[in-house]
Write a protein that binds this ligand. Structure first.
Ligand SMILES: Cc1cc2nc3c(=O)[nH]c(=O)nc-3n(C[C@H](O)[C@H](O)[C@H](O)COP(=O)(O)O)c2cc1C
Length: 86
């Protein structure tokens, strides 16, 4: 199963911990996809491994949440500064 969440306080939000505690994922494959504010995935992968110890935890995907906006702003700013000969 795919499990998506944001990083809060350098770890998975408590709702994720409580979800994993209440559901037995033994034998299932757990695929995390994570957004964060720039400080990485913190303790979250260890939390998943600890709370879903029967599951097969495979490499997931993580992305800084505002990377796309930053890229757009940077490229737009750069294009605004480019001076091309008429
Ligand atoms: C209460 C709270 C705690 C957060 N703590 C972290 C953190 O420790 N590290 C980090 O990189 N981002 C942190 N963030 C940023 C979130 O990870 C970011 O807002 C989220 O990945 C984007 O998803 P959203 O659009 O659902 O908020 C925090 C955000 C909130 C609201």
């Amino acid at each position: 199963m795919f499990l998506g969440f944001p990083i809060w306080g350098m770890t998975a939000p408590s709702v994720i911990r409580s979800f994993l505690s209440k559901h037995d994922l033994s034998g299932k494959t757990l695929v995390p996809f994570i957004t964060h504010g720039g400080y990485g995935t913190g303790q979250s992968l260890k939390v998943l491994a600890d709370h879903a110890s029967g599951a097969r935890l495979i490499e997931g995907f993580s992305k800084q949440c505002d990377q796309e906006r930053q890229t757009l702003e940077e490229v737009t700013g750069w294009l605004g500064r480019v001076e091309l000969p008429g």
